[in-house]
Design a protein around this ligand. Structure first.
Ligand code: GRF
Length: 188
């Protein structure tokens, strides 16, 4: 069993999907030790509890700086003997403290065909730019924003009558297949 921590900041639907796959026996070599979130009121917290997981809610603003925040996160990861970190809608850059400990063992999923449309509102950026296709990318995490080595991508069309919500749903449907597949292949 490989011990994995999942980090999320928002609705947590990718997190929920991964947990369902684990429970269905599709990711049988993975043990999710805990959910880590920087957003105490986010929906992912409730999902984590529903899955019976430990939820670490750590608010960065209550620490002196990013280094102190990440040092606390790292102490919890170490106590749980976490080997890999899976980011699933975690809205913060990973800093030096966590990168030094886990670089090459942190995955992220981003809703665009990287290197296009890094950063926030990638879905809106692709839509507003008149693209006719977009998709999702899983990549290793480095110090940049969505700049790490690309592992896998999946594409979907953008239709003329798409809104951000319809496009987001289409991309998430891709992500629910793509992320578990990559986790299965890469996390060993
Ligand atoms: C996903 O689209 C993912 O690509 C991005 O953030 C979104 C998270 O959505 N990094 P959810 O919280 O899993 O629903």
């Amino acid at each position: 069993m490989v011990k994995v921590a999942i980090f999320a900041s928002g609705s947590g639907t990718n997190f929920d999907n991964i947990m369902r796959r684990v429970k269905a026996g599709e990711l049988s070599h993975i043990e999710v030790t805990a959910l880590y979130t920087d957003q105490p009121t986010a929906a992912c917290v409730q999902l984590g509890e529903q899955h019976g997981l430990t939820v670490h809610t750590l608010s960065p603003k209550t620490y002196q700086n990013k280094q102190a925040y990440e040092a606390d996160v790292l102490s919890k990861l170490k106590a749980e003997q976490v080997e890999w970190i899976v980011l699933a809608g975690y809205m913060r850059l990973i800093g030096k403290t966590l990168l030094d400990a886990y670089e090459g063992r942190i995955l992220n999923i981003h809703p665009s065909l990287l290197p296009k449309y890094k950063g926030i509102d990638a879905v809106g950026q692709a839509l507003n730019n008149g693209e006719n296709e977009t998709g999702s990318t899983v990549h290793y995490v480095d110090a940049g924003m969505d700049t790490g080595k690309i592992i896998a991508q999946r594409t979907c069309p953008i239709y003329k009558d798409d809104t951000k919500a319809t496009l987001e749903n289409r991309i998430k449907a891709l992500e629910y297949e793509l992320y578990p597949e990559v986790i299965q292949q890469i996390i060993r």
